[in-house]
Design a protein around this ligand. Structure first.
Ligand SMILES: [Zn+2]
Length: 106
C-alpha cells in the first residue's frame, strides 16, 4: 500500500528565508513608507530622535511583544500635522512609539 506524497506540496517552497525576513521587517509599515523608513533609520543610525536611545528594528529584537509596542520605531512629525506640518521626509523623523506618544500629549 502506498501513501500519497504530501511532503511535496509547495506551500512555502517558493518563499526563501530572505523574502520572509523582508516581509517581517516591513510589516508595521506600508510599502510606500518602507523606503522612507530605511532612509531615516540610516540617517539616525537606528536611534530615537526624541530620547537618543537605540530602537529595535523589528519585533524579534525585543524580548516581549509589549516591549515592542512601546519601543517600536514610528514616524514622528517634527512640526506636528495639527500645526500644518507636511508629510514630507524633511518633516519626519523616527522615534519610539512611547516617545512619540509622550510628545503628542504635550
Ligand atoms: Zn525614544
Amino acid at each position: 500500500m502506498s501513501f500519497p506524497i504530501i511532503c511535496q506540496i509547495p506551500a512555502f517552497a517558493g518563499m526563501s528565508d530572505e523574502q520572509n525576513r523582508k516581509k517581517v521587517l516591513s510589516q508595521p509599515f506600508k510599502p510606500k513608507e518602507d523606503e522612507l523608513f530605511r532612509t531615516l533609520w540610516e540617517a539616525q543610525a537606528g536611534k530615537c530622535a526624541l530620547c537618543g536611545e537605540d530602537m529595535p528594528q523589528n519585533r524579534f529584537e525585543t524580548a516581549h511583544s509589549t516591549l515592542w509596542k512601546k519601543l517600536r520605531p514610528t514616524f514622528d512629525h517634527i512640526k506636528p500635522r495639527s500645526k500644518g506640518g507636511p508629510d514630507t521626509p524633511e518633516n519626519l523623523q523616527l522615534a519610539h512609539a512611547r516617545c512619540n506618544k509622550i510628545k503628542g500629549n504635550k
